[in-house]
Ligand binder design. Structure first.
Ligand code: CAA
Length: 258
């Protein structure tokens, strides 16, 4: 595996694992880390053996936000010309499912990274927040948009305007988090879920993710039409024939990504 300055990147079976690794700065997302996340995900995207990705941090912090020290002296021209925040495109556009396994602080850009993932598992110690308002800015990596879609306007406004943190229970109740897991089991459970996803027909997994993502972009009838066409298209795959034959024959399917 390629060496990264700010990440530990490895594969575990069919799962790509990215561990954010700037412990002294609570995994603050500096430009290098954002670039490396894009590179690591692009490599997993290109790696046929990888079917899903887990992104995690440390026990204390998933990521405590964009790197404030790096941003402190920047002007509008600096951030505009560098397209600060634009570097996330490569993370967002990854077609393989990503699970965020969050322990400790997921603040600002860290919360936004979790929101960019397809599934969020949280340990009981997780704390989510958009504290940008306390710094004289607003979320810039999609927080006002993805958080609002995940938790609704009332809670998004509360979090974005007051800068307060919400714990794992509140995050699960409000729809940002899908499972709360004891801290010591968090990574294993995320890896297990990712391995399960990776074991299914790749085409079905990519189509399922794409169809759910379309729900955030279009109206109901257009979304349902997109889903129907993707559903029908999967009948062109050998994996559909195999999956259904295995059910009828009461055996385990062997998906070959064909
Ligand atoms: N950027 C840079 N450094 C950070 C950081 C950040 N976002 N968060 C923490 N650190 C650094 C601290 O400066 C400190 O470094 P030193 O030891 O060199 O002083 C180290 O990490 C440990 O942090 P603390 O001593 O503050 O740890 P704590 O346990 O007392 O507090 C915390 C933890 C509540 C998370 C606190 O660190 C904090 O409030 N961090 C900032 C959170 C924040 O405002 N995030 C939003 C950033 S803006 C953003 O993300 C913009 C966007 O949407 C695009």
């Amino acid at each position: 595996d390629a060496p990264f300055e700010t990440l530990i990147v490895e594969t575990r079976g069919g799962v790509g694992l990215i561990t954010l690794n700037r412990p002294k700065a609570l995994n603050a997302l500096n430009a290098t880390m954002i670039r490396e996340l894009g590179e690591a995900l692009a490599a997993f995207e290109a790696n046929e053996a990888v079917g899903a990705v887990v992104i995690t941090g440390s026990d204390k912090a998933f990521a405590a936000g964009a790197d404030i020290r790096e941003m402190a002296d920047k002007s509008f021209s600096d951030v505009y010309l560098a397209d600060l925040g634009g570097g996330w495109r490569r993370v967002v556009e990854c077609r393989k499912p990503r699970i965020a396994a969050v322990s400790g602080y997921a603040l600002g850009g860290g919360a936004e990274l979790a929101q960019m993932c397809d599934i969020v598992f949280a340990s009981e110690t997780a704390k989510f927040g958009q504290p940008e308002i306390t710094l004289g800015i607003i979320p810039g990596f999609g927080g006002t948009q993805r958080l609002t879609r995940a938790v609704g306007k009332a809670k998004a406004m509360d979090l974005v305007l007051t800068g307060r943190m919400m714990d794992a229970q509140e995050a699960e109740k409000s729809g940002l988090v899908s499972r709360i897991v004891p801290a010591e089991k968090l990574l294993d459970e995320a890896l297990e879920a990712a391995a399960k996803i990776a074991s299914f027909s790749r085409a079905a997994v990519l189509a399922a993710k794409e169809a759910v993502d379309v729900a955030a972009e279009v109206g109901l009838s257009e979304g349902a039409r997109f889903e129907r066409r993707a559903f029908q298209a999967l009948f062109a795959t050998e994996d559909q024939t195999e999956g259904m034959a295995a059910f009828v024959e009461k055996r385990k399917p062997e998906f070959r990504n064909r």
